[in-house]
Structures are given as C-alpha cells and as structure tokens.
Ligand binder design. Structure first.
Ligand code: ATP
Ligand code: MG
Length: 385
C-alpha cells in the first residue's frame, strides 16, 4: 500500500483520497492550521504532527501552493516531496511565476514587478491602462487584486497597495505584479500530468467562467487541435523547466487564436474537477499515479462535461439528482458565504445535450446562489444549437 501525505486538508486532499482508495493508496492530510496529520475525510482522526507524517509517508505532495517555506523545506529534505518545493514556490509567488514564463519563452501578459513607488510610476507609464495589480504572494479567487482604469485612481490605489505590502507578515517580502489588462475572448485552462519518468499526458482545454472573481463554471468539450497543441507546448515547457511531477494546471487568456498564460497552479485544480465524470481517468487519480511512479491513466474526454461550483450553499433541491448524467460532490465543509462547498458535474452525449441539461439545472437552482448560471446555459444552448 502506497502511503501519501498531502500538505493541506481541504477538498482537494479529500478528493485525492476518494480517488486513491480503489488503487489501494493510503492518503493522509497535513492540516496547516492545526499542524496535525488528519484523515482527509474524517479529520477528527489524528495521526501526530508533521515529522511523524513525513516519516510515515512514501511520498508527499501538496493541495495548495501557499505552504509555509519551512514546512516545504522539511518535506523537501526527506526526499519524498513531489512536485518539488521549488515548483510549489513558483506557483505561490507571481514574481517567480512571471520569471519562469519569461525564461521559458511562454507568452503571457506584459507586466512590471512593483516594490516601491518608483516601480509603480514606471508601470503607469510603460504599460498602457487599464492595469491590474496582483499581490505576489497569497492571492487566490481574485483576492489581493486592484484594477486601475484611469490615471485619477492611481494615488488612491497606491495608498492601498503600499499599506497592503507593509502589513504583510510572511517570511518572504510581499510585492505586487502590475499587469496589462488583456482583452481576452475567453479564459481556458489546461490540466495535465507529468510522471517521474518525464511522461506527459494532458486533458482537453477547459473553458472557464468566473463570477465575482471566483470560478463558477468550467466546460470540457472537443477542442480545436491547433489551440490544444499550443496549450500543450506551454505545458511541456513549464513542466520540464520545473522538473515537475504530478498534476499541473495552467490558466490562459485566449485572444483570437493566441493563448497567453495567466497563471499556473502546481496542483490538482478546480477547473479539472469535471474529469471525475468526463475523462477516462480523473485528475486526482492521475496526480497520485504520477507521484507514485505508476503509468499515467488516459486523459481522454469521454463526453462533453461541465462543472458548476456550489458557493456558500450546503443543500441543493433533490430534483437536481433526477437530471441524467449529473453527480454532486460535497466537501463536508461548514457553510460560509461564498465558500466553495461542493460542485456538480453534468455530462451529455453531445454539447447540445449538455447545454439542455445545464438549462434544466439552472431552472432548478436558486438564482441568488447561482447568479450567472441561467444566462451561461442559455448562451451555451444558443451556441451549440
Ligand atoms: P484564482 O485563484 O481564482 O485562479 P487568482 O486570485 O489566482 O484567481 P488570477 O487568476 O490571476 O487570480 O485573476 C483572477 C481573474 O481576474 C482571472 O481569471 C481573470 O478573469 C481576471 N484577470 C486577471 N488578470 C487579468 C489580466 N491581465 N487581464 C484581464 N483579466 C485578468
Ligand atoms: Mg486564476
């Protein structure tokens, strides 16, 4: 039995465990808030602290990139951490991420790193407005971001950002990355795996929709070969540059036929949850296979599939379960406004069938809890009809 320790004890560790048990894998999770190793599904079962967790594991991985550097160092020193600590750090610091994109020649949005007021002034003159400023560390779900549309807002935004930098308590200094706003046609992401033998297998590109800065819907359907190849090239460059092992996710902006990388996530990713029902092998199983030295499972799309995030709700109307090819995945988390509580995967034999089922779903769900779903479903239906 392969023993895996996951840094982080949230829904991603939970879904790794659910995917790993049929493969006879034993997955434990290190809860960074309490410093306990816990069972990823029944967290009241505790298995000691980090040192014990490391000693008991065959392989260590992470479900999020903002792991404290001392924890990463301890895991890296054991020789069991995959992906390696540097890859995780790059995913957790936009400055390192941008440096990697530049050095690997992967197209991305024009940017300037800001550490002081002079850098800020330079960003205003060298990058055209509108701009987006993102905290270098600890950003997620659109948090730690400022948007600047006109020069009059500059001083107020600088005041807020400098206060934010000064208030940071992390061991690594906080900073800001200023980026040109990209007038994208849509957002897509590529989730793929690289195993310890350097073999790569990627899923089809997924189209992503955000509501108030948080992913709300992802759709995976057959995709244009040229675009898929472009994304696959970026994946190969990044994964090889990082000597990456495991699932890596890359978020892109699509502008015309060009893909620009927005950011990477060194882990299984929300935009890959559809793989649980829509692909031959789900991302959680492939992550475990990759880090365990097993052959990767097929990443082929079985049929068009969408994933709908459940945010801030802990129940759904039971009638939703009567929709064919629909499954619900709850994370057993305490209800909080806006929190990722679970997701719905829904499939169809064709995109038309998927769009019809999504429309049916949107009609059943609460409009306040899923504000954009009805509109998304009707546009999708119109597009594929
Ligand atoms: P998440 O954790 O949800 O991926 P995040 O906090 O890591 O989000 P980003 O993915 O960088 O942050 O940005 C969140 C969203 O803001 C993007 O998905 C995109 O819609 C928008 N955005 C970010 N950067 C740009 C840009 N340069 N141009 C246009 N839109 C942008
Ligand atoms: Mg993002």
């Amino acid at each position: 039995m392969k023993k895996v320790l996951v840094l982080g004890a949230g829904q991603l560790a939970r879904m790794m465990d659910l995917a790993g048990s049929p493969l006879n894998m034993d997955v434990k999770a290190f809860d960074v808030r309490t410093n306990n190793v816990v069972h990823p599904i029944t967290p009241e079962h505790k298995y000691g602290g980090l040192a014990q967790g490391i000693a008991n594991a065959d392989v260590i991985t992470a479900e999020f990139e903002h792991v404290a550097h001392d924890v990463l160092a301890q895991c890296q020193a054991s020789g069991k951490l995959l992906p390696n600590s540097q890859a995780i750090k790059v995913g957790g610091d936009r400055r390192l991420e941008k440096a990697l994109l530049e050095s690997s020649n992967v197209a991305n949005a024009k940017h300037i790193i800001i550490e002081n007021k002079a850098d800020f002034e330079r960003a205003l003159t060298q990058l055209e407005l509108p701009l987006i400023f993102k905290s270098a560390l600890e950003g997620y779900d659109g948090k730690g971001q400022w948007r600047l549309k006109s020069a009059e807002q500059a001083e107020a935004i600088w005041q807020e950002m400098s206060a934010f930098i000064d208030a940071a308590t992390s061991s690594v200094p906080q900073g800001i990355v200023a980026e040109k706003m990209v007038p994208f046609d849509r957002e897509v992401s590529l989730v793929g795996a690289r195993n310890i033998h350097g073999e790569i297998s990627v899923y089809p590109l997924t189209e992503n929709h955000h509501t108030n800065g948080v992913l709300s819907v992802s759709v995976a359907a057959p995709i244009n070969d040229a675009l898929q190849a472009q994304a696959g090239q970026a994946f190969k460059k990044m994964a090889e540059a990082l000597d990456y092992v495991g699932i890596l996710a890359i978020e892109f902006f699509q502008v015309g036929e060009q893909l620009l990388v927005n950011e990477i996530a060194p882990r299984v990713h929300n935009s890959g949850h559809w793989t649980q029902q829509g692909a031959d092998t789900c991302q959680f199983e492939n992550h475990l296979r990759a880090i365990s030295g097993l052959p990767l499972g097929s990443t082929q799309l079985i049929r068009p599939t969408a994933m709908v995030n459940i945010l801030g709700e802990d129940t759904l109307p039971v009638e939703t379960l009567a929709i064919p090819s629909l499954s619900v995945h709850w994370y057993a988390k305490e209800k909080r406004a806006g929190r990722k509580m679970g997701h719905i995967n829904i499939s169809g034999d064709t995109e038309l069938m998927l769009a019809q089922r999504l429309t049916q779903l949107a009609q059943l769900l609460d409009k306040q809890a899923f504000p954009d779903l009805a509109e998304f479903a009707s546009k999708y239906l119109a597009k594929v009809s």
